[in-house]
Design a protein around this ligand. Structure first.
Ligand code: FE2
Ligand code: FE2
Length: 320
């Protein structure tokens, strides 16, 4: 067991990380104006072009996840966005209800929105994500700004950053942290006390094959975000958006600190989440995958990452 700065033994912290639930409803609350928004082509993709088929068991799998999580001896739950398919309030509400967000007796959580939760300007201004996932957004922040915010869990700081914007065109799934939030993130990171810093956001740094995201799926200000994160001593970046699970280590090149993608918890065939046990800077990961025959999650794969091995000088490798 690791020791803290006072030489006392430090208890390991156990987290569950899940993402990209893409819950929808039969009647999510269509209005006439939605027909002229990017929701219509997205709905066509969902209902007619196969996306809905890939998520046809999403509700059932999320119910199984919500049943399992309280039994796994976890300290905190991490959700990295895309609760919904089309960013409707009814979808956000449904996902938060299935996850029992804010229920007493359950571990706390951290939640950031995904691009589907911020599908239209109305999805953002309506504030549904922040309302229904509010109990998982409590923490230290600057003034009244919702993002970024930081939560202390054992020897960890979990820092939630919103990386999503509404985008005009249906094919544009890119995101942005934005200069104002980046400035606040810088200030927040400068204020935090001792602790291992873990960033939680929706967008990836790189794809599983270590290539950059294509422009239409990328974080538009990734370079600046990496700079702020590295300067602020971030030791791990947790994200979703991509529906396959993978991780990158700084010792393999390409990333300045370890990065883990949870993948989708509910997409058929990929459906899994990750448990992290953090003993000091040593992270032990266990991927639990849904077994459709058993109707529950089972152990799938394990990995270990030493979070003290972040190497800040390699920014150019990923940014170049
Ligand atoms: Fe997604
Ligand atoms: Fe996404």
């Amino acid at each position: 067991m690791q020791e803290n700065s006072n030489g006392e033994p430090e208890s390991p912290v156990r987290l569950a990380h899940f993402s990209d639930l893409h819950i929808t409803q039969k009647k999510p609350g269509w209005r006439a104006s939605d027909v002229f928004s990017k929701r219509l082509p997205a709905w066509i993709n969902l209902r007619l072009l196969g996306r809905g088929f890939r998520f046809r068991h999403a509700t059932k799998v999320l119910e199984a996840l919500a049943k399992e999580l309280p039994t796994r001896n976890l300290n905190h739950w991490v959700f990295s966005g895309d609760a919904t398919a089309l960013g409707f309030e009814a979808e956000v509400q449904g996902a938060a209800r299935l996850l029992r967000v804010g229920e007493t007796g359950l571990p706390g959580g951290i939640a950031v929105p995904g691009n589907h939760d911020y599908f239209t300007n109305k999805s953002i201004s309506g504030g549904a994500f922040e309302r229904y996932f509010g109990p998982w957004q409590v923490g230290q922040r600057l003034g009244n700004h919702v993002y970024p915010f930081a939560q202390k869990v054992g020897h960890l700081w979990l820092i939630g950053v919103n990386s999503c914007t509404s985008n005009r065109w249906p094919w544009d799934a890119s995101g942005e942290v934005g200069p104002d939030q980046l400035e606040r993130l810088k200030q927040l990171l400068a204020q935090l006390g001792p602790g291992l810093r873990i960033l939680v956001t929706h967008y990836p740094v790189l794809r599983a094959n270590r290539r950059k995201e294509p422009r239409i799926r990328a974080l538009r200000d990734l370079d600046r975000m990496l700079e702020v994160a590295a300067e602020g001593n971030i030791r791990l970046w947790l994200h979703g958006h991509r529906h396959d699970r993978f991780h990158h280590r700084p010792e393999e090149g390409s990333v300045p600190f370890p990065v883990v993608c949870a993948g989708s918890a509910t997409q058929s065939g990929l459906w899994s989440y990750v448990e992290y046990t953090l003993n000091g800077p040593l992270l032990h990961g266990l991927r639990r995958m849904f077994d459709s025959t058993l109707g529950r999650f089972v152990d799938k794969e394990m990995f270990d990452i030493n979070l003290s091995l972040a190497k800040t000088p390699s920014l150019g490798e990923v940014m170049g």
